[in-house]
Design a protein. Structure first.
Length: 148
């Protein structure tokens, strides 16, 4: 059975998962944020098979998450995050926070570069700055919001 493509789906969640909806892709992006740029660096950091890494890197480039650029020190190339790829930082940190909330420990703490202090957990806030939980929000058709 051929897998359905969600790249053109109306749902932004489905479209996003088409680009980065597998473990290896998410971990490659994580490593790119950690400064990895070369195929071998990704391979060593993740312990992923070369064929899988090749496919995932091509997909991330095709979806505009990574860009392939010439390496400064020779004929090889490197992978750098695009603006679109950098937009995934919040998503990765939300996944990290969720993993910590589920009882997993981390040897790292996310801190503010300016003062070295831990950052507050991610949260949704209303227009009046109230913190909102899942029961405080709902998805409604965009046209309906304009009428409110």
């Amino acid at each position: 059975m051929k897998r359905k493509c969600f790249g053109e789906d109306l749902c932004p969640v489905a479209r996003s998962l088409e680009a980065v909806g597998d473990v290896w892709s998410v971990l490659i992006v994580r490593e790119a944020f950690a400064g990895k740029r070369r195929f071998g660096e990704f391979e060593r950091a993740l312990g992923v098979a070369k064929n899988i890494l090749t496919v995932r890197l091509r997909k991330l480039v095709a979806f505009g998450v990574l860009e392939q650029v010439p390496a400064a020190d020779g004929p090889r190339h490197e992978y750098v995050l695009t603006e679109r790829g950098r937009g995934l930082y919040l998503v990765l940190m939300a996944l990290r926070q969720w993993g910590e909330d589920c009882g997993g420990e981390s040897p790292y703490v996310l801190v503010d570069r300016r003062d070295g202090q831990p950052v507050k957990p991610l949260a949704f806030h209303a227009h009046d700055d109230r913190e909102l939980g899942p029961d405080d929000m709902e998805l409604v058709p965009a046209a309906e919001v304009k009428r409110r």
